[in-house]
Ligand binder design. Sequence first.
Ligand code: ZN
Length: 352
Amino acid sequence: MTEATRPPRQGLLERLDAGLLLCAEGYLFELERRGYLQAGAFVPEVVLDHPEQVTALHRDFVHAGSDVVEALTYYAHREKLRAVGKDGLLEEMNRQALAMAREVAEESGALLAGNVCNTNLYDPENAETHTATRAMFEEQVAWAAEADVDYVIGETFRYAGEAEIALEVIRASGLPAVITLAAGQQPQTREGGSLADSCRRLADHGAAVVGLNCIRGPDTMLPLLPEIVDAVDVPVAALPVPYRTRDQQPTFQSLRDSQDPAVSEGRAFPTALDPFTCNRYEVARFATAAWDLGVRYLGLCCGAGPHHVRSMAEALGRKPEASRYSDDMSKHAFFGTDPGLQQHNRDYRDRL
Ligand SMILES: [Zn+2]
């Protein structure tokens, strides 16, 4: 594959200058639901075991309105693969994920993003882990650069210090960096610092976009955004999980479902979150509210399906290909209004 084979397209910064950038994430959860990935370790072995499923989901998300194809290298890093005894697959998994994402980016004209994430190794008190963390980012970013990505996403960082290492490594490669932090039950970094201050530092050190992703749902992420928007001059990102988190349970790991005895300790995460799933109208309202706050890089993380992405796109004035199939209840046999429908069914609507 050479540079010449890729259709000309605007880069990350040009698209953001023009307005909105929509990025679908959440590959692990969606592929887990589809039966191709194991909850728990959440290692994306699907990239090697069922590449056609990953390619299909890339296409689904672009069809639904994502401007970006994000390579599924989340948790395809040395520490995670070591933990499941699969270190030997590291390079193959990364290169394959990047190649598949590239294929869909090329055919669709979407941006191609590399990805690094929380290492689960980084410990602020242990300088040796900083060196190892940097090395992990360096190998993944190098593979992304070789795949000619448009930019690299560094995401789901609870530690600001780890996010800063990721940023340094991405910037050293010459690629634009989108860096998003993950806010837990306490709306601060894991070091205990301010999210807005951390975002400002990341922006000052060259991040093209900063913000939040994952962990919090729309209702508990939205209140954190104004301070970040005020703190930085670069575009701000917001990619919540599509779950109905709330003040007392602000993260999807803290959501409790006392109704189902099968749910261990009442904790719905990660395999019993279904009853908490946001509907498409809720994520649409988040999209417009975040846009009104000044957020320009929007999307969804773990739990998102293509219907959520389409709904966000439409809420922001887009009409992706999938909008051809957006709902039209006028011809519904019972609830419809079309004069060609059978009246005896329409009369029955309130008894359904
Ligand atoms: Zn996520």
